[in-house]
Write a protein that binds this ligand. Structure first.
Ligand SMILES: NC(=O)c1ccc[n+]([C@@H]2O[C@H](COP(=O)([O-])OP(=O)(O)OC[C@H]3O[C@@H](n4cnc5c(N)ncnc54)[C@H](OP(=O)(O)O)[C@@H]3O)[C@@H](O)[C@H]2O)c1
Length: 244
């Protein structure tokens, strides 16, 4: 199996945060529209992908809002392996959720003008009842790894089942850093919003998580810098790797 080219595409404040009170302001929203247009708009720059991949916390914060999944513990045993509910979906939201915790109620999400089919990326820890729920909702799932996620297998399965020579990596900071540390990120694309809120402790672009990744000095190579119409700066880097 071959993996797609992986582009970490994120918007970020001037103080390096990816969440915060700057986001719903006029300046924050204008920058998010530029960010959206580059990857998902009709005239988008990144045209070779069929969706983006995000971590569990990102999905909770934006789509499932920490709801409990409505499980049927008495469900019949589902067939082994992956489940593809919508094989020809043109845009997909690949949702990292190793143990099957997300309280989905439908099989698509809306992001600005884009409707994307939900594809859960599970490990072997996800229960039969959770997979039954996904099947009932028409949500696809791919199983990559036993106790923890095998990220390389996950992206290979995404390419094999949903196509696309590119895959957008859409945060948050924890998942981004794991992909970089695993050598699974080819490009970092940042839309730098001309705003900051100075909040302490807010999520940054990359966050090592002891359970999944280590904090290691890492070098990036600037490929391009462009000023966007709203005053945001679009920065594109390749990942060089750990600095020795
Ligand atoms: N500005 C932007 O462009 C942008 C984009 C996306 C997200 N965000 C924001 O970023 C925030 C969330 O970021 P986050 O860093 O806290 O969380 P995250 O990266 O969204 O999710 C982290 C979770 O993913 C799961 N996971 C499974 N395997 C993993 C692995 N190998 N490495 C890392 N995580 C793995 C873990 O869930 P389990 O605990 O279930 O194991 C982990 O807790 C949200 O508030 C969101 O709105 C901003």
């Amino acid at each position: 199996m071959t993996r797609p080219r992986i582009i970490c595409h994120m918007h970020m404040s001037l103080d390096g945060k990816i969440v915060g009170d700057y986001l719903p302001t006029d300046v924050g929203m204008a920058s998010q529209r530029e960010f959206y247009a580059l990857a998902y708009g009709p005239e988008r720059h990144y045209r070779g992908h069929r969706g983006w991949l995000s971590g569990r916390i990102t999905t909770e914060d934006n789509f499932t809002h920490y709801r409990e999944p409505a499980l049927n513990e008495a469900a019949a045993t589902v067939p082994d392996g992956d489940y593809i509910a919508v094989p020809d979906s043109t845009m997909n939201y690949f949702s990292i959720d190793p143990s099957g915790q997300l309280g989905w109620e439908k099989n698509s999400i809306d992001y600005f003008d884009t409707n994307a089919h939900v594809v859960e990326i599970l490990s072997g820890r996800a229960s039969n009842a959770y997979k039954d729920l996904l099947r009932r909702l028409g949500i696809s799932y791919l199983i990559a790894g036993d106790d923890s996620l095998d990220l390389e297998l996950a992206v290979e399965k995404i390419a094999e089942n949903f196509g696309g020579e590119e895959l957008m990596l859409g945060g948050g900071g924890g998942v981004n850093w794991s992909f970089i540390r695993a050598g699974l990120c080819d490009e970092v694309s940042i839309v730098l919003t001309p705003a900051a809120d100075g909040a302490k402790g807010a999520q940054t672009l990359f966050e090592a998580d002891d359970r999944y990744s280590a904090a290691v000095p890492t070098e990036f190579d600037l490929q391009d810098a462009q000023k966007l119409d709203d005053g945001s700066l679009w920065l594109r880097y390749t990942v060089k790797g750990p600095i020795s």
